[in-house]
Design a protein around this ligand. Structure first.
Ligand code: PEP
Ligand code: MG
Length: 576
């Protein structure tokens, strides 16, 4: 039996057998082949290249039909790589002379070429790196079969162990028999963790060495509440956790009974508790947990796990469905927030050294108005089916906001000229998740109807702590005095400007932080659905006066540690 400690990413207890996902997206093994197998190996390679070319031509056709020739250019670039005799010859030679197996020959050649391009220092040349890289991955997928296909064909429930997972992998788990997962890398606010909470899959991340400690088939206990993982538990430990699992289920079903109870402090102050969702399939859970609307709809998940972009109709149907089911409650649709840890390989964005500081969120949309306009059209069309609001992510300054609004205006005019219906007075708000936006919130408030604080990014950017990096997770401190000052400042600014302010970062779902945020005057808390009943219970057991007192006191401490200790002591006092 081995016990490991990691970062509690998604609550609950899972007990099951380990399914091992290799460190790489593809499990590439290097081995020497027999000389007599050279032809067979080259044949496999050529076949995979033909298949890849066929796929690319098909995708290109679809893109041309849906959004035009200009956007299909990247597929031409990929096809060019596949047709490049030098590229093909390089791999043939590796197989013939170095007697390398085809998978390794493809992998090492594409790695070498793309690294050489990146290091060239020439931005045009380095853009080619991602073409080579993507083509290499496509060929490998066709040689190996996709790892996810293996996941998809699982017959029994498993716990996935992996070095790292992409948010798109977690999204995929929805449909599969994955009852929990554990990873070496990652932080609590990585999208992989957020997604796990939405899917109600217990998870522990940032375990650093779990992939070294487990073997496929090992029995695992994942305690997503404490961040503990036990490999091959002894009998008494197993029994203890089975009992605990049952207890958690009972408590959860008790809390769910609060579904229709008002969210009001003991002295009558009302706040709204909303749900964060990643897709339409989560809306039922949001309603069942008593959310009074959707405070954050992460639309980018519709763009992941596919080789093309979702078209206007598909997006429209998804947004309409959510808005319609939630009405009369509001649904805040956040416009596409790709980039950072949510990337799309087929958009062919050139690799970035700092993706979180790169072309993500609203920046990507402003760079690609073609994609943004289709997205906005779908959102606007859905606006007549309920109470829909639009929210831009990652706004860092006033010009970005004005440019986004200008594009929105253009789309509105296009719809009007075609006679398409939409809500002309749709509310538009922004996320406050970049420190610069928090600091100039007074200017931004004049151009927008509401704010929502995205603490996941606000903390990452204020403290310069990568939210997905487990090595520095101990420095990711929501209670850092600088973070609290920024939050307090933005709440006051919003109220002075007469606009409402919510929070949709993970901080809004942590029981320890709720009294302080309430006391600071936050109007709305948006969180993964499973947290709604727990937070409701906390709000119902505190008075606004008491919360205000706490919020004032915490501003006097100079470190996160002191603030946390103070809040924990208060919590204990209230419980006794
Ligand atoms: C945030 O940054 O707090 C947020 C809610 O957005 P996301 O987690 O999707 O980046
Ligand atoms: Mg964010």
């Amino acid at each position: 039996m081995i016990e490991l400690k990691g970062i509690a990413a998604s609550p609950g207890i899972a007990i099951g057998r380990t399914f091992f996902l290799d460190k790489e997206e593809f499990a590439i093994k290097k081995h020497k082949i027999d000389k007599k197998n050279i032809d067979a190996e080259i044949f496999r390679f050529n076949e995979a290249v033909d298949k890849s070319r066929f796929e690319l031509v098909e995708i290109k056709k679809k893109i041309v039909e849906s959004i035009g020739h200009k956007n299909a250019k990247i597929f031409d670039a990929h096809i060019l790589v596949l047709n490049d005799p030098l590229f093909i010859e390089k791999i043939h030679n590796r197989i013939k002379t170095e007697l390398l197996n085809v998978e390794y020959a493809v992998w090492i050649t594409t790695e070498e070429l793309s690294n050489a391009f990146i290091q060239s220092g020439d931005s045009l040349v380095s853009e080619r790196a991602s073409d080579i890289h993507d083509v290499g991955r496509r060929i490998l997928r066709n040689l190996l079969g996709n790892e996810r296909e293996i996941l998809a064909s699982l017959q029994e429930e498993v716990i996935v162990a992996a070095a790292d997972l992409a948010p798109s992998d977690t999204a995929q788990m929805r449909k599969e028999k994955v009852i929990g997962f554990v990873t070496d890398m990652g932080g609590r606010t990585s999208h992989v963790a957020i997604m796990a909470r939405s899917l109600e899959i217990p998870a522990v991340v940032g375990l650093k060495e779990i992939t070294e400690k487990v073997e496929p088939g090992d029995l695992l206990i994942v305690d997503g509440n404490s961040g503990t993982v036990i490999v091959n538990p002894e009998n008494d430990v197993l029994k203890k956790y089975e009992k605990e699992k049952k207890k958690i289920r009972v408590v959860a079903s008790e809390l769910i009974k609060l579904k229709d109870v008002m969210v009001r402090t003991v002295d009558g102050h009302e706040v709204r508790l909303m749900a964060n969702i990643e897709g339409p399939e989560e809306i039922e859970s949001a309603i069942n947990h008593g959310a009074e609307g959707v405070g954050l709809y992460r639309t980018e998940f519709l763009y992941l796990n596919r080789s093309d972009l979702p078209g206007e109709e598909e997006q429209f149907e998804a947004y309409k469905y959510v808005v319609d089911l939630m009405k009369p409650h509001p649904v805040t649709i956040r416009t596409l927030d790709l980039g950072g840890d949510k990337f799309l390989s087929h958009l062919n964005l050139s690799p970035e050294i700092n993706p979180s500081l790169g072309c993500r969120g609203i920046r990507l949309c402003l760079n690609r108005p073609d994609i943004f306009k289709i997205h906005l059209r779908a959102i606007l069309r859905a606006s007549i089916f309920g109470n829909l609001k639009i929210m831009y992510p990652l706004i860092s300054g006033i010009e970005e906001l004005k440019r986004a609004n200008q594009i929105l205006e253009e789309v509105k005019q296009e719809l009007t000229s075609k006679g398409t219906e939409f809500n002309r007075d749709v509310e538009v708000g922004i996320m406050i998740e970049v420190p610069s936006a928090a600091i100039i919130a007074d200017f931004l408030a004049k151009e927008t109807r509401f704010f929502s604080i995205g603490t996941n990014d606000l903390i990452q950017y204020s403290l310069a702590i990568d939210r997905v990096n487990e090595k520095i997770a101990y420095l990711y401190e929501p209670l850092h005095p600088s973070v609290l000052r920024l939050i307090k400042g933005v709440i006051d600014t919003a109220h002075n400007a007469g606009i409402e302010i919510g929070m949709c970062g993970e901080m809004a779902s942590d029981p320890l932080f709720i009294p302080v945020l309430l006391g600071m005057g936050l109007d709305e808390f948006s969180m993964g659905s499973i947290s709604v009943p727990v937070i409701k219970e906390i709000v119902r057991n505190i008075s606004l006066v008491e919360a205000k007192g706490l919020a004032e006191k915490v501003m006097n401490f100079s470190s996160a540690g002191e603030i946390e200790e103070f809040l924990r002591t208060q919590l204990k006092k209230n419980q006794t």
